[in-house]
Design a protein around this ligand. Sequence first.
Ligand code: SF4
Length: 162
Amino acid sequence: MNHNIRYKGILHNVLNDAPFIGAIIIAYNCHMSCKDCINEHLKKDVYTISNSTSEIIEQVKLNSLNEGIILSGLEWTEQPDDLVELVQAALADNLKVMVYTHHTESDFFKIVPELRHRSIYVKFGLYELSLKHDQYFSHAVKLATTNQYIKYYGVEMINVDD
Ligand code: SF4
């Protein structure tokens, strides 16, 4: 599969949003309306663009500092087929993957069961304003509210000489 994917843009060489240096690929929408959402402007003020999966992955790889993709900005579970295709294409190209979602673990894998056994990082949890925190980390990534967390599905690489 290599269909056209709608998205808002790519930010390269992002250091702090995943346990690797990655390219943020911004989803084209999010129908939630969380108070104080820092990405609200992306919904109306940024044009939606469209490219094939392979063209998007190629753009990420052209920037050699990118170790992987970070699917965030808005909500990729609102375009589940695109989410699955991007994750599978990135993993096939040996790129690391981080997905941000406001869903719980069980809801996320109901939407995209194809990703259940893939080696990816996922950030779960809604932006709960009352749980906002300045120094809360998960997998060494600073998260906005303490109900959120990151989980890695896969085998962590270990050095056999250790
Ligand atoms: S789920 Fe995330 S992107 Fe969507 S409105 Fe809430 S904070 Fe913003």
